[in-house]
Write a protein that binds this ligand. Structure first.
Ligand code: AR6
Length: 183
């Protein structure tokens, strides 16, 4: 699905984010930047040791934040390591922290001149954030940022499984219902 926000675009696709050719890809990292399973494991495997070497130099990142590194052997130029919250019932600032990590990633993308960014569905795997609310938070935060800053030109949500893709498609249609630019 595609929606325009001013001169920018939000897309939802199903796929493997390690294959993306966008200027940057997002990673669902942990606050130690220590690597792990899920999309984090896939990115480090595909990108090679240069990414972890830079993560070690940086040392860590608070929940809700983001740091940028090389993308090693990946086609993307940079990895935006986003530290999403661990779901703990919903009364522990999970929503705010999830919004912060997308905003931090977009701020860094603009600062580094990255014109296209692919994001995974942060926190909705091992960290257990329910997918539907996570999708709305991600999409609302991204749309607000694009409206305000008119950059990056493209934000592509790369969703790994059909259920997650469906949640983001429904969320995007609900959030931006009036623009008939489906694909
Ligand atoms: N491309 C796109 N999305 C993917 C890929 C991929 N190659 N692989 C998995 N996903 P998760 P979290 C999806 O668990 O919940 C790690 O150990 C996955 O299906 O990767 O934020 C970190 O080190 C799900 O929809 O991230 C942290 O400790 C989404 O990516 C912790 O997990 C996020 O799932 C972070 O947990």
């Amino acid at each position: 699905m595609i929606r325009n926000v001013g001169t920018c675009r939000i897309e939802t696709v199903q796929g493997d984010i390690t294959l993306e050719k966008t200027d940057a890809i997002g990673n669902a990292a942990n606050s130690m930047l220590a690597g792990g399973g899920g999309v984090d494991g896939a990115i480090h495997r595909a990108g090679g040791p240069a990414i972890m070497a830079e993560c070690r130099r940086i040392g860590g990142c608070p929940t809700g934040g983001c740091v940028v590194t090389t993308a090693g052997r990946l086609k993307a130029k940079r990895v935006l390591h986003m530290v999403g919250p661990i779901w703990n019932g919903g009364e522990n600032d999970e929503a705010e922290l999830l919004a912060f990590c997308y905003r931090s990633a977009l701020d860094l993308a603009v600062e580094h001149g990255l014109r296209s960014v692919a994001f995974p569905s942060v926190s909705t795997g091992i960290y257990g954030f329910p997918v539907r609310p996570a999708a709305m938070i991600a999409l609302r935060t991204i749309a607000a940022f694009l409206r305000e800053r008119s950059a990056p030109e493209l934000v592509r949500m790369v969703l790994f499984d059909p259920g997650t893709r469906k949640a983001y498609d429904e969320g995007l249609a609900e959030l931006l219902p009036d623009i008939a630019a489906d694909a």
